[in-house]
Write a protein that binds this ligand. Structure first.
Ligand code: CA
Length: 254
């Protein structure tokens, strides 16, 4: 009954499979073939502040992982075409998704299956039936453990410190003044240190996919960000990757 009431409260929560990422919220890919459960998960995840994309199909999920690059996958064990465990194994075997946080959902509660799930590389495991409160806590814990930058208010990269609760950035003792676009660019890069983003990906993440902006605009704002961050010969934490895009330079940490 409670489930029905919650579902009725969300008329448009379940249309997700083509939603593009347009904000700084972490994106969760829900892979679940039970429609009622999928809708309940989407509703609760959105309420918790996540962007949600959902699919009932393992093969489609594999494609969506490449396309939307989710921050976490919530993966049902039993799926019609490609099983959750097979998808998990596949994601773990590719270098791009080796560290992608995965939480498995299953009806099986036996210890042997639990161990098998974790062996396949899932980061956590929850057994049906479960309370959504517990699941949300597990998701937060996994994200905090694997992607601390997505969950924490204070994010650091070398001597660059960002406080996301006050929107302030410091480099060492110096306060760095950034425009809103430069702030969001830096936030996105700091949430994924080392990862190379193309101009198109940065446009999508920072400006949103609905806005038409030329790719060159990214270069302009990266230039402003660098100018604000690097003063008096300070090392540049941003790496330009020729023909590819930009990344926070992991060498900077050494
Ligand atoms: Ca299922």
């Amino acid at each position: 009954m409670a489930l029905e009431m919650e579902l009725n409260a969300t008329p448009s929560a379940a249309t997700g499979s083509t939603t593009r990422r347009t904000t700084m919220k972490p994106t969760v890919l829900v892979v679940e073939d039970e429609e009622a459960l999928s809708m309940l998960l989407q509703y609760n995840l959105e309420k918790e502040g996540y962007d949600v994309v959902a699919t009932a199909d393992g093969e489609e999920a594999a494609m969506l992982v490449r396309e939307i690059e989710p921050d976490l996958v919530l993966l049902d064990w039993m799926l019609p075409s490609l099983s959750g465990i097979e998808l998990c194994r596949r994601l773990r075997s590719r270098s791009e998704t080796r560290n992608l946080p995965i939480v498995m959902i299953t009806a099986r509660g036996e210890e042997a299956d639990r161990i098998r799930g974790l062996d396949t590389g899932a980061d956590d495991y929850i057994t049906k039936p479960f309370s959504t409160t517990e699941l949300m806590a597990r998701i937060r814990a996994v994200l905090r453990r694997i992607r601390p930058a997505l969950a924490e208010d204070i994010v650091t990269f070398g001597d660059v410190v960002m406080d996301r609760s006050t929107h302030r950035v410091r480099r060492g003792e110096r306060e760095v003044h950034l425009g809103p676009t430069e702030y969001r660019l830096l936030e996105h890069l700091m949430q994924h240190p080392g990862r190379v983003f193309s101009r198109a990906q940065l446009l999508d993440a920072v400006w949103g996919s609905d806005v038409y902006v030329e790719a060159r605009t990214v270069d302009v704002h990266i230039g402003r960000l660098r100018k604000a961050l690097n003063q008096k010969g300070q090392r540049d934490p941003i790496r330009t990757v020729r023909a590819a895009g930009y990344a926070l330079d992991e060498q900077f940490m050494n």
